[in-house]
Design a protein around this ligand. Structure first.
Ligand code: NAG
Ligand code: NAG
Ligand code: NAG
Ligand code: NAG
Ligand code: NAG
Ligand code: NAG
Ligand code: NAG
Ligand code: NAG
Ligand code: NAG
Length: 410
């Protein structure tokens, strides 16, 4: 009887552990969105644990509604990275087939820098490979942010050399994802200051906007000092509007209507900065900062080392350190900011399905790779059968015991 209850528990536990994954907290991870998945790559482990980055790949399914306090993370076992990674940059190819992971890679065991700074992840077969890349030799870096233009060229600015504890750069490297060639651009004029932990966004007109971050002399770049225009020549210009504290290790998203929303970050001492959320309007000249007052209501704590992604109406903030309470406390809650009315919300609702097309063509439901979708009903089914069998056995034994008792009393 006791054994049977244990058995049932075990089955239910097994089902749950397969279906849901409780990811450990992390910081300095990467996040990208491919189709309807928010994919998290690696990250640094809490300082209380064994040092070194993680190497797992997890995702949130954005095709379903969820509450930010009740998340269903999925672990892609076969997506485990060959290296551990933190403070790297991850860029999705134009056709969503490949993730380019650049810099910030360490040996899983020795925690030494991995000298090849690029790995690619094939979204369709969940495989990591080390591509061969020609061209200029490109150094290993951390805390840089790459962007990809509409011809498939990735731009990586500056970054930090972890092994020298502080060497910061301000060169511009490009990776052509079709020819797989590195190039170091020769920028002569208006080179922006050395920087790491900054924000980079590419506007539809091809201008890349950089701001924030820490320079080589351990000072923070003023948020109103915006570097842009990448026609090999950088232009620096001053933004106007509300004052926004200088910061690094913050996160940003670019909205379709040309606003860069930043959240979080910290100062040199990893203390929170103000305001937590601000918006840079790139449609104005000069660019203009504003702080929506509604963004201060129900705001998440000040966090840094997190990431932000835009999907449909939501800026989705994942993981990071909580700077408000204690800088070593992690907060693994996901925060949702509705960009349509500038409010923090707790519920995610996916975009409505596209209106049915008049053509009778069958919807191309490409089976998503390694989707546990088919697994879920199967396992629930198996679990239910298991439970039923257990009950049957239990009932059978009870009846048998009764019969035996009756037989015994006779
Ligand atoms: C890639 O995924 C993003 C995020 O869902 C989506 O907006 C975009 O249309 C996709 N691109 C392609 C080429 O499928
Ligand atoms: C959490 O979400 C799952 C579906 O993902 C749902 O079945 C469950 O009821 C939710 N739990 C709570 C407490 O809302
Ligand atoms: C980073 O620092 C290490 C140790 O000083 C050095 O060997 C390496 O060349 C540096 N990397 C770059 C890209 O400068
Ligand atoms: C850092 O300080 C040195 C010495 O004052 C100066 O030469 C250098 O230009 C500074 N670098 C930056 C990025 O401000
Ligand atoms: C970029 O900078 C160059 C040189 O300063 C200038 O000629 C060009 O008009 C700028 N482009 C944009 C889109 O601002
Ligand atoms: C931006 O900052 C750099 C370095 O601090 C400085 O040289 C440059 O003049 C600034 N640009 C503007 C527009 O203030
Ligand atoms: C930007 O602002 C700084 C400080 O207020 C000033 O020194 C600099 O000249 C300004 N640059 C431009 C391009 O307006
Ligand atoms: C994370 O933040 C929420 C508030 O947004 C708070 O309730 C929770 O206690 C925090 N968790 C940790 C571990 O700091
Ligand atoms: C903002 O929009 C969301 C839904 O998109 C809604 O739940 C929320 O109540 C709205 N907030 C305000 C203040 O209008």
């Amino acid at each position: 009887m006791y054994f049977l209850i244990k058995f049932i528990f075990y089955i239910i536990f097994l089902i749950n552990s397969i279906l849901c994954y409780d990811p450990p907290p992390r910081t300095y991870h990467n996040s990208v969105i491919i189709n309807d998945r928010l994919i998290i790559i690696g990250g640094d482990k809490p300082v209380t644990e064994v040092p070194g980055g993680t190497y797992e790949l997890i995702y949130l399914d954005l095709s379903k509604s969820f509450d930010n306090t009740n998340l269903s993370w999925n672990l892609v076992h076969e997506g485990d990275l060959p290296i551990s990674t933190w403070s790297s940059t991850a860029i999705v190819s134009l056709d969503n087939s490949t993730i380019f992971l650049i810099g910030g890679m360490f040996d899983k065991n020795t925690h030494d820098y991995v000298s090849n700074p690029v790995y690619t992840y094939n979204y369709l077969n969940s495989k990591w490979t080390k591509p061969s890349i020609t061209g200029d030799s490109v150094p290993i870096r951390q805390r840089m942010t790459g962007v990809i233009d509409d011809s498939g060229i990735i731009y990586i600015f500056g970054g930090y050399n972890f092994t020298t504890f502080g060497e910061v750069y301000n060169e511009m490297n490009t990776l052509d994802t079709s020819s797989m060639t590195w190039k170091t651009l020769s920028i002569i004029n208006n080179l922006p200051p050395l920087s790491n932990g900054y924000s980079a966004s590419i506007l539809p007109n091809g201008i890349i906007v950089y701001f924030g971050g820490l320079d080589g002399n351990v000072t923070l770049a003023p948020m109103k000092n915006v570097s842009n225009n990448l026609s090999i020549i950088f232009n620096s210009k001053n933004a106007t509007g509300n004052d926004v504290d200088s910061r690094w290790l913050f996160a940003s998203v670019l909205t379709p209507d040309g606003h860069i929303i930043i959240f979080g970050g910290c100062d040199l001492n990893y203390i929170s900065v103000s305001p937590k959320l601000a918006i840079l309007n790139t449609n104005k000249s000069p660019y203009e900062w504003s702080i929506p007052s509604s963004s201060e209501i129900n705001s998440p704590p000040s966090i840094y080392g997190h990431t932000a992604n835009l999907y449909y109406n939501y800026m989705i903030i994942t993981f990071g350190y909580d700077a408000d309470t204690n800088y070593v406390i992690y907060n693994s809650t996901v925060y949702l900011y509705d960009i349509t009315n500038n409010t923090w919300v707790t519920r995610f609702n996916p975009p409505p399905p596209p209106s049915p097309s008049p053509s009778p063509s069958t919807p191309t439901s490409t089976p998503s790779p390694h989707s546990p979708k088919f697994l879920k009903p199967l396992l629930i089914g198996l679990g239910a059968i298991g439970v039923l069998i257990c009950i049957a056995i239990f009932v059978f034994y009870k009846k048998r015991n009764e019969i035996l008792k009756i037989a015994g009393s006779n």
